[in-house]
Write a protein that binds this ligand. Structure first.
Ligand code: ZN
Length: 278
């Protein structure tokens, strides 16, 4: 009995990874896990977080996704469109006057994005916690990919022009510490570009693709980045759905249909700058 009430106390007072508050409201529950909403900052997160062994087993390719494929298989398929996406992203960086210099991709998997960035003249570096994915990128593309966590990766401080974090932030064990470390690695005026899954309750209930711990909104993403020391933070919701027509005008039309819009996969995308003189 004593053990049960102690567990309950721990559950109720587990600290929010964004603001540190111990007060949260339960939104949903399944299979011994809860989706909770922080009363203080509004962060939606899973509690308890996925254990480290579950997270690692996913990235190492030991568990299967709902599609039946392992994450490693999922990542290695579709290399052509991943390279196309990488180039679209590099175009967007160039439009913001980040067309070269030192670039770090956090959670780079096999390193397709930095492989394309290198072709454009960037000096590139990748990190990934999966030895399977990082090893593939080192062996097949000759890239420098470290097997280190974003919160602790030790690279030269104040040396990077751009750090990208695509679709891995909500699975991190220590998201705030990761952003603080990234902030220290950037030059003054440097840019972080981050995309992550949106606070979509349907995603948590029916379509968990990866061990997501955080379900972010532009407001909570802003708060994470500001707390880590970034200035000029721009966060917004973007819609991703590979099954819809690719012409932008047709897509916009489809998304005006409420049912389609609610089913579409939404992401939070954020840009933030390290202030001059930080
Ligand atoms: Zn909070």
């Amino acid at each position: 009995m004593a053990v049960t009430s102690e567990l309950k106390m721990n559950e109720n007072y587990a600290a929010c990874p964004l603001c540190g508050s111990g007060s949260s409201i339960k939104l949903l529950k399944k299979s011994g896990r809860q989706l909770v909403h922080c009363r203080s900052c509004g962060l939606v997160r899973q509690f308890p977080m996925f254990p480290e062994e579950v997270r690692m087993a996913c990235w190492q390719g030991e568990t299967r996704l709902p599609s039946g494929r392992t994450f490693v298989e999922h990542y290695q398929q579709g290399e052509v469109w991943r390279r196309e996406l990488a180039n679209l992203r590099l175009d967007q960086l160039r439009e913001r006057n980040f067309g070269g210099g030192k670039l770090l991709d956090v959670g780079c998997a096999t390193g397709i994005f930095i492989d394309e960035a290198r072709k454009r003249g960037f000096q590139v570096q990748g990190t990934d916690i999966s030895s399977t994915l990082a090893g593939y990128g080192r062996h097949h593309y000759g890239l420098d990919i470290r097997e280190e966590d974003a919160a602790t990766v030790s690279l030269e401080k104040g040396s990077f022009d751009v750090v990208t974090v695509f679709d891995v932030f909500s699975t991190m064990r220590s998201p705030l510490a990761a952003l603080q470390n990234i902030h220290s690695l950037l030059k003054p005026g440097g840019l972080i570009w981050l995309t992550t899954c949106y606070a979509n309750l349907g995603l948590w209930l029916f379509k968990e693709e990866r061990p997501f711990n955080l379900y972010l909104t532009p407001r909570t993403m802003n708060a994470f980045l500001t707390r880590a020391g970034f200035s000029r933070v721009l966060a917004r919701v973007v819609v991703k759905n590979a099954n819809l027509p690719s012409l932008p005008g047709v897509r916009r039309l489809f998304y005006r249909i409420p049912v389609v819009n609610s089913l579409a996969r939404k992401m939070v995308e954020a840009l933030a700058w390290k202030g001059e003189g930080d």
